[in-house]
Design a protein around this ligand. Structure first.
Ligand code: KIV
Length: 277
């Protein structure tokens, strides 16, 4: 955490999130990928900004989160951290560790988590997985790097699942998830994202933990909620799953603005004398 950030505002810390859970205050989290949006979201009072590997989809246009590299994540993360630092400095910034940056070995995971923390001055990293990555989570948290977990639908495993349907609807997978949240908490995770699982299961997982759960398509009982910023702004016309609430229709607004601009240029309406030197 940057010193100027500490002085500027009550920066959201892992301790603060724990207190929020204990006090029954809900945690708000949104993804951010660039400086300008990060400033706006920090100003709006969003508690946690996630530099999600969903940047691979919504920023770079890939069909999955797998292609994004650690260097690309570092680029996005630096911009987001700069945005928060230049605004109130309140929001916690969490960076997704991209596919294959932490799966090979705990050593490599630690090296990459360290690289991310050093280069960004961010607050924490997020990893997908349960028992399989428990030793890695422990290794990373043991050296002082906070880890956010991610269970349920894990987009980095999309080729294993074969679809983005709701996870853990069958008893076996639900039981496994309930075990995994506890394993992650014991390994040192400070919060866990629960993606696209039945609300009742998310509620049970939330009750079983001291650390907060942050849901996406996991119902209201989670300790917090996260959504992808592009989705809540309505930037993508085609993608509107049930768990997304659209707060704006920027797709239409941007298209209208661009059409007007094109017309104004063509008709020589722009630039006017006032807009010229
Ligand atoms: O990458 C991402 O945007 C995420 C959220 C969906 C939680 O992991």
């Amino acid at each position: 955490m940057n010193k100027s950030v500490q002085q500027k505002a009550a920066h959201v810390t892992t301790r603060r999130l724990l207190d929020m859970k204990q006090n029954g205050e809900k945690i708000s989290m949104l993804t951010a990928y660039d400086y300008t949006i990060a400033r706006i979201l920090d100003r709006a009072g969003v508690d946690v900004l996630l530099v999600g590997d969903s940047a691979s989809n919504v920023f770079a246009g890939h069909s999955t989160t797998l292609p994004i590299t650690i260097e690309e994540m570092i680029y996005h993360a630096k911009a987001v951290v700069r945005g928060v630092h230049d605004e109130s400095g309140r929001a916690m910034v969490v960076i997704d560790m991209p596919f294959m940056s932490y799966q090979l070995s705990s050593e490599e995971a630690l090296r990459n988590a360290g690289k991310i923390m050093k280069e960004h001055e961010c607050d924490a990293v997020k990893l997908e997985g349960g028992r399989v990555i428990a030793d890695t989570v422990k290794r990373i948290t043991d050296v002082g790097i906070p880890v956010m977990g991610h269970l349920g639908l894990m987009p980095q495993s999309i080729y294993k699942y074969g679809s983005y349907r709701v996870r853990a609807q069958e008893e076996k997978e639900a039981e496994q998830l309930l075990e995994d949240v506890v394993i992650l908490e014991k390994a040192g995770a400070f919060a866990i994202v629960l993606e696209k699982i039945p609300s009742a299961l998310a509620a049970e997982a939330t009750r079983s933990l001291t650390i907060p759960t942050i849901g996406i398509g996991a119902g209201v009982a989670c300790d917090g909620q996260v959504l992808v910023i592009n989705d809540i702004l309505g930037l993508n016309r085609e993608f509107h799953p049930r768990f997304v609430r659209r707060y704006a229709d920027l797709n239409t607004l941007i298209e209208q603005a661009a059409r007007q601009y094109v017309q104004d240029v063509r008709t020589r309406d722009f630039p006017s004398a006032d807009e010229s030197y």
